[in-house]
Structures are given as C-alpha cells and as structure tokens.
Write a protein that binds this ligand. Structure first.
Ligand SMILES: NC(=O)c1ccc[n+]([C@@H]2O[C@H](COP(=O)([O-])OP(=O)(O)OC[C@H]3O[C@@H](n4cnc5c(N)ncnc54)[C@H](OP(=O)(O)O)[C@@H]3O)[C@@H](O)[C@H]2O)c1
Length: 261
C-alpha cells in the first residue's frame, strides 16, 4: 500500500519556513505565493503554523492549487491525533497535503506512529503521509513492518551528505526524495560550486538547487529576501552537464573520508 499521492507532485522548489515567525513569516509566505511558489513546508516544531496559515490566507491562491506540508514531532508519539488537529487549526485548513514524521524512532516506535499516520490519511485529514530524516534501512524496516510505503522522505540530500544509493533505492519503492536545507548544510564557498556557478552565470545557490534536480530531487529552500525567493524559482532554464553533476557529487569525499563514522 502506498502512503498516498500528491495531486500534482512536489514542485522543484518548495518554500521552507524554519526560523520564520509571526508577521515576518506571514509576509514571506504571501510574497512567495505571489511569486509562484506552490508548496509551503512547515512543522509543529517550527512553532509558526499559525503565521504560515495567515500568509496563505492573505494570498489569492486557491486551496486546491497549493500543497501544505507539516511535520509531526516524533517525540510526541502517542499524541498524533491531538497534534494533527492542532496543526490543522493553526494552519486554518481542513486537511494538509503531506504529513511527515519529522524523524525516526526505534523500529517499534516508528511503526506505532506510522499506524496513526495511516489512520489520519484514511480519515481524510491528510492527503499523503511520509517520513523525514529516515535512512534507507529505516525506510525498508517501516515498509516491511507496516506494508505502507511513505510517499516522501524529506532528507538533507546536498553534496555534503550525498549518498548515490539513496535516490535509486527510494525510486525503486516509489518514494519521492525531497531535499531540505540545500544551502545551510553545504559549503557555499567550495571552488567546484563557485566555478560551476561562474560558468553558467548563476549563483552558487541556483547551482545547488539545479544539482538536486539533476538527481530528480525537489528541494525545500528557505528565503526571506524577495530577490532570493525569485532567484530560487529560476532553476528550470539551465542545466548542468553530467561531468558537472559528478564533480559536485564528490566535493565532500575528502571530508567524509576524514570523518569519524
Ligand atoms: N525535515 C527536516 O528535518 C528539516 C530540517 C531542516 C530544514 N528543513 C526545511 O528545509 C528548509 C530549508 O532549510 P534551511 O531553513 O536550513 O535553509 P536553507 O534553505 O538551506 O538556507 C536559507 C538561507 O539561504 C539564504 N538564501 C536563500 N536563497 C538564496 C539565494 N538565492 N541567494 C543567496 N542566499 C540565499 C537565505 O537568506 P534570506 O532568508 O536572507 O533570503 C537563508 O539565509 C527549512 O526552512 C525547512 O522548511 C527540514
């Protein structure tokens, strides 16, 4: 069984809202929607669902044209129903498009939460269910125990973390990998990124978003600046060569080799 499908799939770039609060968050969400963003990513743990909901209502976007993603804090295991009800109330919506388990627990713990997720989907409170920060082995375990495949696994996918086996593993199961923290978790000064950006007349940020897309991975990127918001939407009008993609794949090899496992 699948964890559901998103009506139009995830767009190449969704709006991240971590560490945005209050009126500033509402304003950024509304500006992003006005610019063309159609997927907004929040979480119970971000403590901004009310502000995100206000930003959505301030825009002219029809609910059906928008994907709203929120996340359940795994430490709230046992309180899934109350937590989701509160997310819906704060966001001011009747359903969310994608509800993610923010992080894994041990196998039994993840399974117990996942069963409540399946119930929420069956009740129509969420359109699709997924996970976040799960390793492939944890995904395999959840699927084997529950028989329900997550629609999405939202992970830090950037070059610093790049695991060439992850996207093919998830694709074989029909799971969409969505990358989070494309900028904050990467070395923006790395010479390979800088020279690639110069070659294309783009910013390092745009190259990173494009690199995710070359791997078939949509991203969640946060920006407050309207210029950054707009720049991050313009990543479909250029492409990286296979050699450029491979060079970026390997920029953290030295650091990884030196890391303590
Ligand atoms: N599932 C999870 O566990 C998890 C974990 C972390 C994050 N996330 C999600 O992923 C989202 C993104 O991650 P993040 O918040 O860590 O930040 P990020 O998107 O990696 O980086 C945001 C920073 O990059 C800057 N920026 C954005 N676009 C830029 C551009 N084109 N040029 C120059 N600078 C640019 C922003 O500046 P300005 O704000 O000044 O524009 C901000 O300082 C989060 O907001 C959240 O929704 C999920």
């Amino acid at each position: 069984m699948s964890g559901g499908t998103l009506p139009s799939g995830l767009p190449p770039v969704s709006l991240g809202t971590w560490q945005m609060w209050g009126r500033a968050a509402s304003r950024s969400v509304r500006e992003a929607l006005d610019l063309g963003y159609r997927c907004v990513d929040t979480a119970t743990g971000y403590r901004n669902e009310q502000a995100v909901g206000a930003g959505i209502r301030a825009s002219d976007i029809e609910r059906d044209d928008l994907l709203i993603v929120t996340k359940f804090p795994e430490e709230d295991a046992g309180r899934e129903h109350e937590t989701l009800s509160r997310s819906l109330d704060l966001l001011g919506v009747e359903y969310v498009d994608l509800w993610l388990m923010h992080g894994p627990l041990d196998a039994e713990g993840s399974l117990a939460v996942w069963r409540r997720f399946v119930e929420a989907r069956e009740a129509g409170l969420v359109r699709a269910i997924g996970v976040s920060n799960f390793r492939p082995s944890q995904v395999d375990d959840l699927v084997a125990r529950s028989g329900v495949v997550p629609a999405v696994n939202q992970v830090a996918f950037g070059p610093w973390y790049f695991d060439p086996a992850l996207a093919p593993h998830h694709a074989a199961l029909g799971i969409v990998v969505q990358g989070h923290s494309p900028f904050s978790e990467n070395d923006l000064e790395h010479p390979v990124l800088r020279t690639t950006a110069e070659r294309h007349g783009r910013s390092v940020h745009q190259v990173l978003l494009r690199w995710h897309l070359e791997h078939g991975v949509p991203t969640v990127a946060k920006a407050v600046s309207p210029a950054h918001l707009a720049a991050n939407l313009t990543v479909n009008d250029f492409s990286l060569t296979p050699a450029e993609v491979t060079a970026i794949d390997h920029i953290a090899d030295g650091a990884r080799a030196g890391a303590v496992s």
